[in-house]
Design a protein around this ligand. Structure first.
Ligand SMILES: NC(=O)c1ccc[n+]([C@@H]2O[C@H](COP(=O)([O-])OP(=O)(O)OC[C@H]3O[C@@H](n4cnc5c(N)ncnc54)[C@H](OP(=O)(O)O)[C@@H]3O)[C@@H](O)[C@H]2O)c1
Length: 305
């Protein structure tokens, strides 16, 4: 006899599905037969073809209510955010509306239908004086973006819905639409013989997007609640990461010069000694980030880089 449980599909709602992470999540769940998928982002239509899609501005509470009432998700994955770190300094109200009010709206309706919210946060909640950071370290954001993301985590906790908060850092991977990630930008610049200046004083463990997708899927599967760090296998300065990209793609390293973050005069301060320790995810989820060169190989294959 077939168990009726197996016939009921899990309903997953992806918010920010046109973004870098949202696209890869959409492509991943689109292929799964046991999932009923709904995608939402702020644009009129979906960048990924042949998915159920609704235009949604998460800052608008009644729009969020409509989506939740009509689709009635079991799981909500929020990847939507105001992610331009420098612009957040100038456009504070707009950043707050998306990163805090929007997330509060999602948490409110997640609680009302007893769904599971997975919310993506960042290492920018830390000041970068003493990284890499574990889930137990005390946040101390130094940019407005970082403050809004910490406030988003607090909004999720305040609503007391079933929630998992994932902090990640420096995403890169084979997203096909929208702005270039760091790896694609380096490859394109060097291929076009464009000199690039890269900071030597920012340390992270860059995260391959599909590793993050895998971690999110495990969190859903095991219904793990609470805070998880998800990052890459290696801690590298941005300069060393760039040299690894140049080496793998056989590009001219003479075009790469080193600078310090302070000399860039960016509106938002950056956490310098950062990165995220992933031991908790490795132990509890079986999270296993892929080696850096393997992720370049996968990008090469998928994007023809
Ligand atoms: N990228 C990184 O290196 C990084 C590092 C650490 C943490 N994170 C976090 O990871 C998550 C995903 O990042 P990502 O790089 O994939 O971001 P992204 O590419 O900027 O995608 C975010 C998506 O959300 C959409 N969005 C913006 N405002 C919205 C609103 N009011 N309602 C609905 N959708 C809205 C954006 O649309 P528009 O593009 O049209 O605005 C975009 O499609 C974010 O929470 C980010 O804070 C990212």
């Amino acid at each position: 006899m077939i168990s009726t449980n197996k016939l009921i599909k899990k309903r997953i709602l992806i918010i920010g599905s046109n973004g870098m992470l949202g696209q890869r999540l959409t492509e991943y769940y689109q292929k799964k037969k046991n999932i009923e998928l709904m995608c939402c982002s702020v644009e009129e239509s979906s960048f990924i073809a042949e998915v159920n899609y609704l235009q949604l501005n998460i800052s608008n509470k009644s729009e969020v209510k409509n989506v939740f009432q009509n689709f009635y998700p079991d799981v909500v994955i929020n990847t939507a955010a105001f992610t331009n770190v420098d612009l957040c300094e100038a456009e504070r109200e707009a950043a707050w509306n998306v990163n805090v009010t929007g997330v509060d709206n999602l948490a409110f309706y997640t609680k009302s239908i007893e769904a599971h919210l997975i919310h993506i946060s960042t290492d920018y909640v830390f000041d970068g004086t003493n990284g890499p950071y574990t889930e137990k370290d005390k946040p101390n954001p130094i940019s407005y973006y970082g403050r809004t993301k910490l406030a988003s985590e607090n909004a999720v906790k305040y609503r007391k819905c079933d929630a998992s908060i994932i902090r990640t850092n420096v995403l890169y991977g084979p997203a096909k639409f929208g702005r270039n990630d760091f790896v694609k930008w380096v490859v394109e610049s060097l291929r076009n013989n464009k000199p690039i200046k890269i900071v030597t004083d920012q340390i992270n463990n860059p995260t391959y997007i599909d590793d993050l997708v895998d971690a999110i899927n495990k969190i859903i599967e095991f219904k793990k609640l609470g805070l998880y760090n998800i990052g890459g296998k290696e801690f590298l300065t941005r300069y060393d990461f760039t040299l690894r990209i140049a080496d793998y793609f056989s590009l001219d390293k003479n075009l790469i010069s080193s600078i310090l973050t302070a000399s860039l005069n960016q509106p938002a301060p950056r956490p310098l000694k950062s990165g995220l320790v992933t031991l908790k995810a490795e132990t509890e989820l079986g999270y296993k980030p892929q080696p850096v060169e393997t992720t370049f190989q996968l990008m090469k294959k998928e994007l023809g880089l």
